[in-house]
Each structure stands twice: as structure tokens, then as C-alpha cells.
Design a protein around this ligand. Structure first.
Ligand SMILES: [Zn+2]
Length: 428
């Protein structure tokens, strides 16, 4: 088992190690049993299975009570810990490390520094979030406007906009891609088996017919297209100047961004110094791969997605985002996942993992995009990164109501931060 909900991991621990166990996350954090985690294998656990990730640093910040940044640990008396993480927590941890490095730099400016401080600093430096690599300078960039690629240590404005930073795809992930492309048959499957009972999925003959048409058309196109492994992928940089659609989905993300966005706007754009490896890198590189593939589609039915804006009344801000594609005038958002639940019926976890991702991410993203367009529904294109199987699901904005309730609470809780942000926008 590599990926499962926390609830499943606790069951696994009870069966394989000890029944008396508990899961520990950040300080005072109440963990959600539905949250999805991947397992990390440390030296005690032995060699990870194929697709699993090994972990070679310290799991605990304080043994038994505080996990290292980015980790959730299931532990029981006399048994080795089960080390868990996920992308969201890794991103949060990266932010924490950055904050800490800044504090360290400030401290270093003060005259005297004792050996105890230094040791503590060395200890902390070892607790970087796992599975990433440092990038070599100069960094690599691509202009958002004209597409020109260039090397530079610092971001240089090109065509009046900040460039996108990218990284070369690592050797391991390139190998993975070459194997994938050798084996893949792009296969469209109707969505009903996968999507029944999920929030936002609409039952409408016309919408279903359009989804089917899109799926069949794409199957033809993908199987006819000559494809190669991506060489680069865009690095994710959380530091944004504007709130984005993706910042409004979850409280932990919104909290991080709204607490820091004013600072980011005042500071210069900073390069990202590290790139992910493993599953996370493959996920990013897959997005790049699809983007390149879709850019070359020559078809009257398919077009690039258009930027949408949406005014969020509850928070008093306007956010923007761009769906990936457009099929016959209907926006299409693409999400990749490792496997579909029906592809691995023996792995019961995949059902709950899929449900969780749908509820927390896919349905919300679609609902948000729909606020910015005239359409009643849009299409979600879901692709399995292991098999190339994909489906197309028509989705409406049912997930809006739940988000609106959250925003009312956030508006009050982060009133000051929101005011600061709006003030900065007004001064632009
Ligand atoms: Zn340019």
C-alpha cells in the first residue's frame, strides 16, 4: 500500500504493528480521517516497493510528539513509526523552512552566536521536506507572453511580465515517461461507473452526449499524435501577486496565502531553489506534457481555455484562473490521477482517495470556473497517469454552497489581511 486515507493507514498500522496507535500531525492539529497520504519508507522499513518513496532524514522534530515538517506519523508503543505525507503538507513545510531560513539570516546579522545555536541550526537544516532536489544556477525561465526561453539567476521581466520558472525533468522521471509512452493506449471510458453519487455530477442527456463526443474525439486525437517525454516542467511558486481560484478551495491554503500575500507583493519575485522528485514531479511534468500535446491539436472542436474572472462577494475580492481547454464552447479542466478506482478493484483505498480528491479539489475547481462563464456546466477530463485511461464528466457548480459558507467565516477571521490586500490592489 502506497497511498491511502488516514483512516486506512490507521487500520493498516493496527493490523501490522499494534492496535494501540495514534496519528500525530502539526501542533494541536485535528486530523481529518479522510485526508489522503502517501507512505514514506525509512531505513527501518526496508526498500520501498515500486512507485514508493524512500525517506532518509529524521521523521521526528520531537520524538513521540512533533513530526518533522510536512509529515504525519502514526505511532504505537514499541513499534516503528509509519511516516506519511502528501503534496499539500510538503508545500506547507517548504514555506515553513523558508520562513525559518529568513529568521536564521536575521539572527546571523546579530554579533554573537553560541555553539548551541549553531547546533540547533544544523539540526533544523536537516529537516527539509523530503523528495526534492536543489536546482543549479542559473535558473531556467520562459516568457509567459512570447515563449522565449532563457537562463538567469534572477527573474527578468520579459514582454512586460514576470517569467515562469521551470526545471528540467529529472532522469528518473524521464525514464518513467519513456516507459509510459511505450506502453500507453489512450482509452476513453464513459464516466458513469466512476462518477455516480459525486457532488456536482449532472445527469443530463445533452451534457452526457457532449462529454461522450469530447472523450471519443480526444481518444482518436491522442492515439494519432506523436508524443515525446517532456523536457521541462513549470515550477510551482506559491508566491503570488493575486489571489487565484486555487487559493479559495481550502482553508489551510487560503490561510497561508492571505497571511503572506501583502509581503509577497512588496518583495521582489524570488526564484524557487528546489524542484520536486518522484510522484509529485511526475504529476507536474504530466501537466506540461498534456499542455504541449493539446497545443498541437488541430481540430475545430478543441481550443485553448480562456481566462475567467469571478467576483467573490463574501471575501470582496476578484480571482482569476484559466481552464485548460475548451470543447465546442464548453470549458474543460484536466486533472490527472495515478489510477482510477475501477482499474485496481483489489485496492479498496483508491475509491476513498478518489472521492476525497473529487470533493476537495475537482468539484470545487469546476464550481469556481463556472462563476466566471456563461455555461451551466463544464467538463472535467480525468486521466490515469499509469494507463492512459481517461473519462470526461459534466459537472455543475453544486460545490459552491459549501465554499460560500466557508468564505463567510474566512472573511471575518482574516478581515485585516483581506483589507491590506485590497488596499495594495487599489494602489496599483
Ligand atoms: Zn517575451
Amino acid at each position: 500500500m502506497i497511498e491511502a486515507t488516514l483512516n486506512e493507514w490507521k487500520k493498516w498500522y493496527a493490523e501490522n504493528r499494534t492496535e494501540e496507535c495514534r496519528a500525530i500531525g502539526n501542533r494541536r492539529e485535528e486530523l481529518d480521517d479522510d485526508e489522503v497520504f502517501i507512505r514514506l519508507w525509512n531505513s527501518q522499513d526496508g526498500k520501498p516497493p515500486e512507485g514508493g518513496e524512500s525517506f532518509n532524514s529524521k521523521a521526528w522534530k520531537k520524538p513521540g510528539s512533533t513530526p518533522a515538517p510536512g509529515l504525519v506519523i502514526v505511532t504505537g508503543k514499541g513499534e516503528p513509526p509509519l511516516i506519511l505525507t502528501n503534496q499539500k503538507r510538503r508545500e506547507e513545510a517548504a514555506e515553513e523552512v523558508e520562513k525559518w531560513q529568513k529568521q536564521k539570516a536575521n539572527k546571523a546579522r546579530k554579533p554573537k552566536k553560541s555553539d548551541t545555536d549553531k547546533n540547533a541550526a544544523d539540526e533544523k537544516a536537516k529537516k527539509e521536506p523530503p523528495a526534492s532536489r536543489f536546482l543549479r544556477k542559473p535558473y531556467q525561465w520562459r516568457c509567459r507572453d512570447c515563449g522565449e526561453e532563457f537562463d538567469a539567476t534572477k527573474p527578468k521581466v520579459h514582454c512586460k511580465s514576470n517569467p515562469r520558472q521551470r526545471a528540467e525533468v529529472s532522469r528518473d522521471s524521464t525514464k518513467w515517461f519513456n516507459q509510459f509512452l511505450e506502453d500507453v493506449t489512450w482509452t476513453y471510458v464513459p464516466h458513469s461507473e466512476i462518477s455516480t453519487g459525486l457532488i456536482g455530477v449532472i445527469e443530463d442527456e445533452e451534457a452526457d452526449a457532449l462529454a461522450k463526443k469530447a472523450g471519443e474525439s480526444l481518444e482518436r486525437i491522442l492515439n494519432e499524435t506523436e508524443m515525446s517525454a517532456p523536457k521541462y516542467f513549470d515550477l510551482y511558486n506559491e508566491r503570488t501577486r493575486y489571489l487565484r481560484v486555487s487559493d479559495l478551495k481550502e482553508h489551510s491554503k487560503f490561510k497561508r496565502v492571505i497571511n503572506r500575500i501583502a509581503g509577497w507583493r512588496k518583495a521582489k519575485q524570488k526564484p524557487v531553489s528546489k524542484a520536486p522528485l518522484g510522484v509529485i514531479e511526475i504529476g507536474h511534468a504530466f501537466d506540461e506534457f498534456l499542455e504541449e500535446t493539446f497545443e498541437n491539436i488541430l481540430s475545430e472542436d478543441w481550443a485553448k481555455g480562456e481566462r475567467v474572472r469571478f467576483d467573490c462577494g463574501e471575501l470582496g475580492v476578484s480571482v482569476g484562473g484559466t481552464p485548460d481547454l475548451n470543447f465546442k464552447g464548453v470549458p474543460v479542466e484536466t486533472k490527472t490521477l495515478r489510477v482510477f478506482p475501477h482499474e485496481v478493484p483489489e485496492d479498496k483505498n483508491q475509491k476513498s482517495i478518489f472521492k476525497y480528491k473529487w470533493k476537495k479539489n475537482y468539484a470545487k475547481q469546476a464550481a469556481l470556473y463556472l462563476q466566471g462563464v456563461e455555461n451551466e456546466f463544464m467538463l472535467l477530463l480525468l486521466i490515469s497517469r499509469e494507463s492512459g485511461t481517461f473519462t470526461v464528466v459534466p459537472v455543475d457548480d453544486e460545490a459552491m454552497a459549501g465554499m460560500q459558507e466557508n468564505w463567510v467565516v474566512w472573511a471575518e477571521k482574516y478581515e485585516k489581511q483581506l483589507d491590506d490586500y485590497k488596499q495594495l490592489l487599489a494602489e496599483e
